[in-house]
Write a protein that binds this ligand. Structure first.
Ligand code: HEM
Length: 157
């Protein structure tokens, strides 16, 4: 059950990354061409927000129930967690960075939700670009030695 949640969490990372890149591209071109926000933009942003919120819920369950969140702080203590880069990443940095990114995605999507002209493109572009940078910095990529996790669910590093 837990492994299934972890695999879904891993996979949703790719859904979020693809959707956010597409959304950023659409808002950038919309902004430059002064094109009004359309139904396609709104749909992509909505799916992005749903994927981000689903990942958030899964992540919260993992953080509270799994071995890589609250338990680290309970077992090792806050001081030891802060002094160890791997423990700090899982207990603090991953959750904080990702929650900030998901808030930015939610705000960006909110700007587009009822937009009728082109002005929301710039706001959504800015919020999503910031969120993308934070996500890229907060993912436990396979090349991040201390916290490495697989590219895809079930893969070995
Ligand atoms: C955009 C949002 C997020 C992305 C892209 C993301 C990405 C990932 C990835 C790729 C993994 C490794 C999965 C694996 O080992 O197969 C992971 C693990 C984890 N994530 Fe996230 N995450 C996000 C949000 C969150 C949030 C908001 C939380 C906490 C509230 C969270 C908590 C965790 C925990 C606790 C683990 C480790 C679980 C374990 O190994 O037991 N994540 N995340």
């Amino acid at each position: 059950m837990y492994t299934g949640l972890l695999h879904l969490h891993n996979l949703l990372r790719w859904v979020i990354l693809v959707l956010i890149v597409v959304a950023i591209f659409r808002h950038l071109t919309g902004m430059n061409q002064k094109r009004a926000v359309n139904a396609g933009d709104k749909k992509i942003d909505l799916f992005l927000m749903i994927a981000a919120h689903t990942t958030l819920v899964l992540g919260l369950v993992q953080w509270f129930v799994g071995d890589f969140g609250l338990k680290l702080i309970q077992n090792a203590g806050m001081k030891a967690v802060m002094e160890n880069s791997a423990m700090r990443f899982w207990a603090i940095e991953h959750i904080t960075g990702m929650i900030i990114a998901i808030v930015l995605i939610t705000i960006g999507r909110g700007k587009v939700k009822r937009a009728v002209d082109y002005t929301a493109h710039k706001k959504a572009f800015t919020f999503f670009l910031l969120a993308l940078i934070i996500i890229l910095a907060s993912v436990p990529w396979p090349f991040r030695e201390a916290v490495a996790r697989p590219w895809f669910p079930g893969m070995h590093i």
